[in-house]
Ligand binder design. Structure first.
Ligand code: UT7
Length: 356
């Protein structure tokens, strides 16, 4: 079986910079609190109603295609990871196909919903398709437009200050070079704590059969005057239940356990050790998490790429943005061992080892 490789990568972040001081004007927070707890100094927000998760994904995808030496028309399959899609349905994969102007080919498009580990899941899917010979050019995208769905009141500050917008993309192709390519990917999940980091409404779990006062009904059809309140009720709106929620400390504790675990699992599978890693690209969840993982693995500062200071947490986009930045900065060279790792909502987590 052939190996697959990352043939081209690209990223896009919106121009609009939002500092911690900007946020402290609309909610009770401070630059000091945010930097101390997360390392974040600023993040980017897309231009509302002009930029979307899909348009940002397309910007990143065009760069990745160019660097891979292909035209978007050559794409055989799209895997799109996001938790902030343009529409409830259809997914961003087909919207991206349209945005790139490549609908004629009718290539398949798959959306995946694995939040922070979305890009690693997407990469693993692409890897399987390419290794088996089914496709030659798979476009993998991780993109988020968080700024359209955050609570900018003090109520939402523990979540809102963390997230930023952006997109990253990669073209996955087969390689004949036995020294190069994706060596292994490891994917895990545990749904036990699904609600600890979640965006629950609107959803099919319970918004329906509720009247305007938010009273729920447990029979087949909602009463006549509940028309239009199927997924979201006024009560949910009033209570701010249509924003992401997170038990930060709970997530933090599991993250610092699972990151090293899944990295060691990949290293073991590939017959390698932590000291073999040339560059670790951790999902940019919190600088303190990345620093903890770095210490656990015994890696020096020049072997870990962190950009959460400038972009915040861009969820599915964070790994490809960081990977691309590190590569553009000349920190990833041919033959280097690159390790990607992520943990987040679900919980889902994963790692990938790539010989560049
Ligand atoms: O990428 C997806 C995966 N996500 C993660 O990995 C996130 C992991 N968790 C974290 O990064 C951290 O838990 C947070 C950065 C989210 C929060 O930091 P923390 O040190 O765990 O703070 P906390 O939630 O325990 O809150 C401490 C205090 C609370 O006040 P009291 O109850 O002590 O009076 C919060 O209300 O800080 C308060 N607080 C804030 N204060 C100012 C929460 N958010 C803010 C804020 N500004 N933005």
């Amino acid at each position: 079986m052939k190996r697959s490789k990352i043939a081209g990568i690209g990223y896009y972040v919106p121009e609009n910079v939002v500092t911690n001081d900007d946020l402290s004007k609309v909610m009770e927070t401070s630059d000091e609190w945010i930097q101390e707890r997360t390392g974040i100094q600023q993040r980017r927000y897309g231009r509302k109603h002009e930029e979307t998760t899909t348009t940002m994904g397309a910007q990143a995808a065009r760069i990745a295609c160019e660097r891979a030496g292909i035209s978007p028309e050559d794409i055989d399959f799209i895997v799109f990871a996001t938790l902030s899609p343009d529409y409830y349905f259809p997914g961003c994969g087909v919207l991206l196909q349209r945005e790139l102007g490549i609908t004629k080919r009718e290539a398949g498009a798959l959306d995946i919903r694995n939040q922070c580990s979305g890009f690693i899941y997407a990469l693993s899917i692409a890897d399987q398709f390419v290794k088996t010979g089914m496709y030659k050019n798979v476009l993998v995208v991780g993109a988020e437009m968080h700024s359209m769905g955050l609570d900018f009141s003090t109520r939402g500050r523990n979540v809102t200050v963390i997230f930023g917008d952006g997109a990253g993309a990669a073209i996955i192709q087969p390689t004949d070079d036995s020294e190069q390519g994706i060596l292994t990917t490891k994917l895990h999940s545990d749904g036990t704590y699904a609600e600890k980091l979640a965006f629950i409404n609107p959803g099919a779990h319970g918004g329906y059969h509720a009247n305007k006062a938010g009273e729920t009904y447990d029979f087949g059809f909602p009463p006549k005057d509940t028309y239009g309140e199927i997924f979201i009720t006024q009560k949910m709106m009033d209570d701010g239940q249509y924003y992401p929620n997170m038990e930060g400390q709970f997530v933090f504790k599991l993250a610092v356990q699972k990151f090293p675990e899944v990295i060691h699992e990949a290293l073991k599978d590939a017959g390698l050790q932590a000291s073999d890693i040339s560059m670790l690209i951790p999902h940019q969840a919190n600088l303190r998490i990345s620093q903890f993982v770095q210490k656990q693995l015994g890696l020096s500062d020049d072997k870990v790429w962190n950009n959460i200071q400038r972009f915040g947490n861009t969820t599915a986009a964070s790994v490809p943005i960081a990977l691309c930045e590190a590569w553009e900065a000349g920190k990833i060279k041919k033959g280097d061992l690159v390790c990607l790792a992520a943990f987040g909502s679900g919980f889902t987590w994963g790692s990938a080892l790539i010989r560049w």
